[in-house]
Write a protein that binds this ligand. Structure first.
Ligand SMILES: Nc1ncnc2c1ncn2[C@@H]1O[C@H](COP(=O)(O)OP(=O)(O)OP(=O)(O)O)[C@@H](O)[C@H]1O
Ligand SMILES: [Mg+2]
Length: 327
């Protein structure tokens, strides 16, 4: 029997670890009446600036999910329900709806599963994703950590979702925040570098980095104050990286954060130039039916949509709402 976490008359029996982030551990647990829940436990044992940032992330995730779950007439189906959140001296705890199909990253990394991914399923995933992100933006929330690890399938692929349920849900609201649409500018850089838009990479380039790409180092212009970015536009870029990776099983600019500084700069330069590396078209799986697997990367619709999102100038990048139904 797993250990039991009690709160307010409810007991959550922790069964197995289903995910571990940098500062959290997520358990599959059984809650009241045996229902499956996900228990995200953020340790409070650290000290200093990092520990304060983690606490802030917990508070933000709770605030954002509570705010979104109160939206009328109903919250978006592709968001996880937050059942309860509470704090202990040693840990902050979120009890969330359990989403059982695993991360999109696992699907991309699994040869056999990805080979079964069809155009119609990819289109459905994409439709749901753009729909939920456009909905967040319409409710003045930016996610800021959109990536394959934070998008979960409701059923283990290729099993279909339960009737009426979405195929996927967007999770991890630890970096999300509300914005004022009249003044949407944000300054705190966050999220994964792999999915970071050029305006985030430029603003976070240290003074030492600058000379390597001075010809590109002018901040992209979209009317914001210098060094600030619009999280709706950086979410749009991240979605472009997600679609590229889902279709091709690669990253559009190759892997970032090579330990060698020179390679890192070369990578940053490719991102800033928008040098997307499309793999050679593979159409071999098309015979007798739908395009599946890596051949998805050759689809005109995939390339067109990615091409509207991985655009260096934020003002010229498609807004997520423009892409709803664009496939
Ligand atoms: N509601 C859920 N149901 C099932 N699994 C979940 C759920 N929430 C999170 N997970 C799993 O746990 C992992 C980590 O969760 P989450 O991304 O929320 O934590 P995190 O600490 O913010 O992660 P990171 O620091 O890596 O961004 C997810 O990638 C996913 O695999
Ligand atoms: Mg995460």
């Amino acid at each position: 029997m797993g250990s039991i976490l009690r709160h307010g008359g409810n007991a959550f029996e922790l069964e197995s670890v289903v995910g571990a982030g940098a500062f959290s551990r997520v358990w599959k647990a059984s809650g009241p009446q045996g229902a499956a829940v996900a228990v995200k436990i953020l340790s409070r044992r650290g000290h200093g600036k990092q520990a304060r940032a983690e606490r802030a992330a917990f508070q933000r995730e709770v605030d954002v999910l509570q705010h979104l779950s109160a939206v009328e007439p109903q919250p978006h189906a592709s968001l996880p329900a937050l059942h309860v959140a509470f704090s202990r001296p040693s840990a902050d705890v979120l009890v969330l709806e359990y989403i059982g199909g695993g991360e999109l990253l696992d699907l991309v990394n699994d040869d056999r599963a990805h080979a079964l991914l069809s155009e119609s399923t990819l289109r459905r995933m994409w439709t749901e994703l753009t729909d939920v992100v456009a909905w967040l933006h319409a409710h003045n929330v930016v996610h800021r950590d959109i990536k394959l690890e934070n998008i979960l399938l409701t059923s283990r692929f290729p099993a279909p979702p339960p009737p009426g349920a979405p195929l996927l849900k967007l999770t991890d609201f630890g970096l999300a925040r509300a914005i004022d649409p009249a003044d949407p500018w944000l300054r705190t850089r966050c999220g994964s570098e792999t999915y970071a838009a050029p305006e985030l990479l430029l603003a976070s380039a240290s003074a030492d980095d600058e000379p390597a790409y001075t010809h590109l180092s002018r901040a992209p212009t979209d009317g914001g104050p210098e060094g600030a970015y619009d999280g709706r536009e950086t979410d749009a870029w991240a979605l472009g990286v997600v679609l590229f990776a889902l279709a091709t099983r690669r990253l559009p600019f190759g892997p970032p954060a090579e330990p060698a500084e020179a390679e890192r700069r070369a990578w940053v330069r490719r991102v800033l130039k928008g040098d997307v590396e499309w793999p050679l078209a593979r159409r071999d799986r098309e015979d007798g039916g739908e395009v599946c697997g890596e051949a998805l990367g050759a689809l005109e619709s995939v390339r067109r949509i990615v091409g509207r999102l991985l655009v260096r100038e934020p003002a010229q990048r498609a807004a997520v709402a423009e892409l709803v139904g664009a496939w």
